[in-house]
Design a protein around this ligand. Structure first.
Ligand code: FAD
Length: 418
């Protein structure tokens, strides 16, 4: 029996050959999510037989809830720039082997037309994420790919050149022998939907490097004396530019009773680190000082509050008024007043207390270090026959369909190499 380096997962005393079931699958795919399903289908197209092992009672749980149940399945403007990774070049090979056009064509072939909602985000015309999952489950049946649900993989080991996959199914432990294994078990977000640390734990046990993980695409919280200010605006949404010293996004922000959410905040959260500020331009692409100047020439008696209520909502202008001379009329604003207004509107500083954690995060940042994988095949360099794809790898997309594009593409690439 050969044992992985640093591994405590081989359970040498109990893993005797006679308890192990030899399978005739070319590969076992751990995780029936976006990456695993695409991998099984693409392997099937190539005449390879795979078995998907899925812990949940159904596959594609995250696809079903994605995009508010509508599934933003790719983004027309995908490039490597929309992915965060310690090695920003790593995803390029995968994304070029399975492009956005491939995703679009694949779904069209199986009856899903896409429509662009905003910023290149493609959704099924039907607005039904379950149509996306159905494509995969039907293809798996047609192609003879097997799916076992309620089958949680506990560990993997190696015996006589084959992988031994230990699973728990129907209260029983089984050990399956197979030549290749794909780890597509996703990241840590939404544990109540089946997320596990299996990919990370296994990588760690195999002595593979992991880059720090954290919730990403996640709402940010505000606590302490500032919290009531945000709470009073709960439900208000404003188009903004949100930035820090790494990146900038122009989309909506949403005030909530515990802090900030909305697409621009989710985007910046992936680049935010505890203790840092983020900056918000509440009136992007306009200059408040120039606007006030023009308005006061025409209507100097107008109160600043009334003017701001015209630019924003009344509610938002009232909330801003405790930070501004809102009861002054425009004509009486001093140069210093206008400078203060301009700073507040164009560089609103926020120091989040934290984030809403994995219960509310859409993805996990970090994961298996890409140094451990061949960028061409996604095979573990030190362990031939073992592959990692999808969210458990340190490749994290922006909001907007990029994460699924990575999941489909990595599933495809692995399938070509099984
Ligand atoms: C609320 C929400 C909305 C989202 N919306 C979008 C969107 O619209 N567009 C987009 O691009 N991305 C979206 N995402 C992100 C996207 O869902 C993920 O990036 C993508 O699902 C990752 O695919 P994956 O196959 O790597 O992992 P997953 O889809 O998470 O699949 C992993 C599977 O492995 C299973 N598993 C885990 N451990 C084990 C084990 N030990 N044994 C057996 N099975 C196991 C899990 O149950 C799961 O089914 C959203 C995420 C969330 C949470």
């Amino acid at each position: 029996m050969s044992i992985f380096p640093n591994s405590d997962i081989c359970e040498t005393p109990v893993m005797t050959a006679n308890l192990i079931k030899q399978t005739d699958f070319d590969a076992i795919i751990i995780g029936g999510g976006a990456c695993g399903l695409m991998c099984a289908v693409q392997a099937g197209f190539l005449g390879k037989r795979t078995l998907i092992l899925e812990k949940n009672d159904k596959v594609g749980a995250k696809i079903l809830i994605s995009g508010g149940g509508r599934c933003n399945y790719t983004n027309l403007y995908t490039t490597a720039q929309q992915f965060i990774s310690e090695n920003e070049h790593f995803c390029k090979s995968t994304l070029s082997q399975w492009t956005v056009e491939d995703t679009i064509r694949f779904f069209e072939t199986y009856g899903i037309e896409g429509k662009e909602k905003t910023l290149g985000q493609l959704f099924p015309v039907s607005d039904k994420a379950k149509d996306v999952v159905n494509v995969f489950t039907s293809l798996c049946v047609d192609l003879g790919q097997e799916i076992w649900c309620d089958a949680e993989v506990k560990s993997i080991g190696k015996l006589d050149g084959n992988f031994i996959v230990s699973i728990e199914r129907c209260g029983k432990t089984e050990k399956l022998s197979v030549p290749k294994v794909v780890i597509a078990s996703g990241g840590l977000p939404i544990p109540k939907m089946g997320a596990t640390d299996f990919g990370l734990r296994t990588a760690r046990n195999l002595g593979l490097a992991i880059n720090d993980t954290a919730p990403a695409l996640v709402p940010l919280t505000i606590t302490g004396k500032d919290q009531p200010w945000y709470e009073q605006l709960s439900g208000n949404s404003i188009f903004c530019r949100v930035w820090n010293d790494r990146v900038s996004f122009e989309e909506n922000i949403l005030f909530t009773h515990w802090g900030l959410s909305g697409p621009a905040i989710l985007q910046i959260s992936s680049y935010w680190r505890p203790g840092e500020f983020i900056y918000i331009d509440l009136l992007p692409n306009q200059n408040i000082a120039e606007l006030i100047q023009a308005e006061r020439e025409a209507n100097g008696k107008k109160m600043l509050l009334a003017y701001l209520a015209g630019l924003f909502t009344r509610k938002f202008a009232e909330a801003l008024s405790d930070k501004l001379p809102a009861d002054k009329n425009l004509a009486s604003l001093s140069k210093a007043d206008i400078e203060d207004i301009s700073n507040l509107i164009h560089e609103f500083k926020v120091k989040p207390a934290g984030d809403k954690g994995y219960d509310k995060a859409e993805v996990m940042r970090g994961g298996l270090s890409t140094d451990e994988l061949s960028s061409k095949t996604l095979e573990v360099k030190k362990i031939p026959g073992l592959y990692f794809g999808g969210e458990c790898v340190d490749v994290t997309g922006w909001l907007g369909g990029y994460n699924f594009q990575w999941a489909w593409a990595s599933g495809f690439v692995i399938a070509q190499n099984l």
